[in-house]
Design a protein around this ligand. Structure first.
Ligand code: DGY
Length: 319
C-alpha cells in the first residue's frame, strides 16, 4: 500500500508526477493555503507532509499531531516555520531542500545589487509613469560595482554563490559567518570575525544568514550606522533579520543609499514606509522562483520523504 502524502502547495508538474507515482498523493492544484488547524487535522489522514514556508507549524501544532504523521519535509532551505525541536521530541524527522535554492537566490541578489546601484527601479517607474522626457547626461546617475567592497553576512552555499558572481563584476569580497571557512570556500574573500567589522567594510551588504532568535533584527540602527555612508543593503535571506523602522530611517537620511529587498518581516505584509521611498528596489520573495530551482527543491524535499519511508536517515535532515 502506498503511503499517503500531503503536498501543501501547488508545485511544478514534474514534482506532482513524482509524488503521484510514488505516493497516494493529496495534491493542491488550486494552491489553497492550509491553516495550521487544518494541518493538525490532516496529520491524522496522511503519513507525510511536504510543506512550504507559508505553512506554519509551531510547537503548539506539532504537539497535537496525530501519531500517524511520520515525516515533515519542507520545500525550502529555511525551516523557521517548522518547530524542528518539537518535531524531534515527537519522533518526527524534519528535512529541508538545501541545494536547489542556491543559484536562483544568488542571481536575485545580483539583480537587486545591480538594480540598486544603477537605480533601475526609478528608471522603470519613470517610464511606467510616462515621465521620461529623454536622455540627459546627469539622469539617474548610479554607481558601478567594480572595485566596491561586497560584505556578505552568512557565507554558506548562497553567500558563496553570491561571491562567485560578484567576483565577475570585479568586486572585492568580504564576509562574516560564525566560523572562518576553508580556503577552498573563501576563494580569496576577506574574513571578518565580527559582523561589526564586516559592516565597516561593506559598500554593498548582502544578507545571506538564516533567520534565528540570534539574527532577529540584527541589522538595526546600530548596525546600519557602522556601514560606510551611502552603502547599499541587499536582503534575500529573511525579512526578520532587518529592523524595518531603522532601515527606513537610514534610507531617508541616506546613511543607506539604496535597499534591495526580496524578503520582508511578516510577509506578504511589509512595512508601508518602504513604499514612500524612491531609493528601494522591492521584490515579492522571488529568490527561488526559477523553474530549475523549484524542480530541484521539490526533488530534494521528496528525497527526504522517500528516505523516511525506506527506513533511512533523511538526506537533508535538520533535526
Ligand atoms: C527558501 O528556500 O527558504 C526560500 O526562501 C524559498 O524561496
Amino acid at each position: 500500500m502506498k503511503k499517503r502524502l500531503l503536498v501543501t502547495r501547488r508545485l511544478p508538474d514534474e514534482i506532482h508526477a513524482r509524488a503521484a507515482r510514488d505516493y497516494d498523493a493529496l495534491l493542491n492544484p488550486e494552491d489553497k493555503l492550509y491553516s495550521t488547524e487544518e494541518l493538525v487535522a490532516l496529520s491524522g489522514e496522511v503519513d507525510g507532509f511536504l510543506v512550504c514556508l507559508t505553512d506554519k507549524l509551531p510547537r503548539a501544532a506539532i504537539d497535537r499531531f496525530d501519531p500517524r504523521l511520520k515525516v515533515i519535509s519542507t520545500f525550502s532551505v529555511g525551516y523557521e516555520h517548522v518547530d524542528a525541536v518539537a518535531a524531534r521530541e515527537r519522533g518526527i524527522p524534519v528535512g529541508n531542500a538545501p541545494n536547489g535554492v542556491t543559484i536562483a537566490t544568488a542571481e536575485i541578489a545580483m539583480l537587486l545589487m545591480l538594480g540598486a546601484t544603477r537605480r533601475a527601479p526609478e528608471g522603470e517607474r519613470m517610464i511606467s509613469a510616462k515621465a521620461w522626457t529623454g536622455w540627459t547626461p546627469m539622469q539617474l546617475l548610479g554607481r558601478r560595482l567594480d572595485g566596491k567592497r561586497l560584505g556578505i553576512f552568512g557565507y554558506g552555499k548562497i553567500g558563496q554563490a553570491v561571491a562567485r558572481r560578484a567576483r565577475a563584476f570585479d568586486m572585492e569580497i568580504h564576509y562574516h559567518s560564525r566560523s572562518r571557512r576553508p580556503g577552498s570556500e573563501e576563494q580569496g574573500a576577506i574574513y571578518h570575525a565580527t559582523l561589526d567589522a564586516l559592516l565597516a567594510h561593506s559598500d554593498v551588504l548582502s544578507i545571506n544568514a538564516p533567520s534565528s532568535p540570534e539574527t532577529k533584527h540584527i541589522i538595526n540602527a546600530r548596525a546600519l550606522a557602522l556601514l560606510p555612508r551611502g552603502a547599499i543593503v541587499i536582503n534575500t535571506a529573511r525579512g526578520d533579520l532587518v529592523a524595518d523602522e531603522d532601515l527606513i530611517a537610514a534610507l531617508k537620511s541616506r546613511q543607506v543609499g539604496y535597499a534591495g529587498l526580496d524578503v520582508f518581516e511578516g510577509e506578504p505584509k511589509h512595512h508601508p514606509g518602504y513604499l514612500d521611498l524612491d531609493n528601494v528596489f522591492l521584490l515579492p520573495h522571488m529568490g527561488t522562483s526559477a523553474i530549475e530551482a523549484r524542480i530541484e527543491m521539490g526533488n530534494e524535499a521528496l528525497d527526504n520523504i522517500d528516505a523516511c519511508f525506506a527506513g533511512r536517515k533523511l538526506p537533508h535532515a535538520v533535526n
